[in-house]
Design a protein around this ligand. Structure first.
Ligand code: FAD
Length: 373
């Protein structure tokens, strides 16, 4: 058993065709699919990881359902992505279009639902006396999965690939939600132009915060950079560049934000010095919150192992989670590198691992044990 609870083999499985999977399973795959009962794979997410996973499962002839509340993922908001391999420049919206186009190129194999997933649970677990050899099929734990959505629908799959990415982290202070879109912002690439000639505070001294400061230099009259810790954590070279710009009025460390102040729009930010306890108010017309992201893993929190940051813990070799049959890819996982290209690779890995798992499962589960016949 590996650390994820699955079984490992130094020998890579021979990846067969899905007809092999269908024929050795008790339920002919197409019957299940046509009656809408049981997908081979349910992919949650329409970002780079989810789309890559679905393209690969489709090409393995696995009947796939993609459930995503939108296509494109987090960098949809970027005007100019310069490190998407194969394109020197691409906007987030064009990348999203290409991703959606690619996943829609397999209408026979991929169904798409624009819905928000709320929960995933294992159902119809049966025991198997013949553990699989390569892809994490453990004796006693062959399950199907029920995926429920906010729209009240339930979908069933033999495997699930969670590729639901991440969302921006919030401060959770008074005024933050109230002035959302009225001066409180989370995406400088999208919203910096709205702050022309305004004084703006950027909260967060990591790379995202430094990038926000750079974006705002083009529009704002003054920029304040506020950091919770006692040092700026972002790229030292970028920070040196930023400090040369006269629009950077102050770098304030040890900041404990207390409240976003406003009338119709934001008028200021109240904060406390976490070392001295001294409270201050910055008079600003904008507050950019750049304090990282939160993985969208809530729907599987009771099903798979999750780390202290809410990231799904995966086995990096096979994209397996702690529950056999559930795989994860991209920013929702504990992979430390959150990038479009990495998410695509993760999605491919998860798809191939799900395919290998299904082959093993078909061998491991005698026909009479399957509940769907
Ligand atoms: C502003 C910004 C700029 C960036 N720029 C770059 C860049 O230039 N280059 C780069 O390589 N990386 C960049 N990144 C990082 C990159 O966007 C991420 O690493 C990448 O998007 C992760 O892909 P993903 O598919 O794992 O998740 P995401 O892109 O987060 O996609 C998640 C998908 O899941 C869907 N989803 C989420 N929850 C649910 C749910 N409950 N039910 C159904 N669907 C759900 C979402 O709608 C979305 O389709 C940037 C990130 C940000 C925020």
């Amino acid at each position: 058993m590996d650390s994820q609870g699955g079984q490992t083999s130094p020998v890579q499985p021979d990846i067969g065709s899905s007809s092999e999977i269908a024929s050795s399973s008790s339920t002919p795959r197409n019957d299940a699919v046509e009656s809408g009962i049981l997908y081979d794979v349910i992919v949650i997410g329409g970002g780079p990881a989810g789309v890559a996973a679905a393209v690969y499962t489709a090409r393995k002839q696995l009947k796939t359902l993609v459930i995503a509340d939108s296509f494109g993922g987090q960098s949809l908001v970027s005007d100019d992505i310069q490190n998407w391999i194969g394109d020197t420049h691409i906007s987030g919206t064009d990348l999203a279009k290409k991703l959606e186009e690619h996943v829609r190129a397999y209408p026979d194999m991929v169904d798409i639902k624009t819905e928000k997933v709320t929960s995933v649970k294992s159902v119809a677990c049966v025991s198997s006396s013949t553990p699989g050899v390569s892809a994490g099929v453990s004796a006693g734990r062959l399950c199907d999965f029920e995926v429920k959505t906010e729209a009240g629908n339930t979908y069933k799959g033999r495997t699930v690939i969670v590729a639901s990415g991440a969302r921006r982290r919030k401060l959770g202070i008074p005024g933050e939600d109230q002035y959302g879109g009225k001066g409180v912002a989370y995406c400088s690439t999208c919203d910096a132009p709205l702050f022309k000639d305004k004084k703006v505070a950027v909260i967060g001294g990591g790379n995202a915060g430094l990038e926000a400061v750079q974006d705002l230099f083009q529009y704002a009259s003054e920029v304040y950079l506020l950091e919770h810790g006692d040092a700026i954590r972002g790229d030292a070279k970028t920070f040196e560049e930023i400090k040369k710009n006269a629009k950077l009025k102050e770098v304030i460390l040890n900041v404990d934000p207390l409240e976003v102040l406003g009338e119709t729009l934001v008028t200021g930010l109240k904060f406390k010095n976490s070392k001295t306890g001294e409270e201050k108010t910055l008079e600003v017309g904008g507050v950019f919150i750049e304090i990282g992201s939160v993985p969208n893993s809530e729907m599987v929190k009771d099903l798979v192992q999750i780390d202290e940051y809410g990231q799904i813990i995966v086995n990096f070799q096979h994209a397996r989670t702690s529950h056999p049959g559930v795989f994860a890819a991209g920013d929702v996982t504990n992979d430390p590198y959150k990038q479009n290209n990495i998410s695509v690779g993760d999605g491919v890995r998860a798809a191939l691992a799900a395919h290998a798992y299904l082959l093993d499962r078909a061998k491991a589960s005698p026909a009479e044990e399957r509940p769907h016949a």
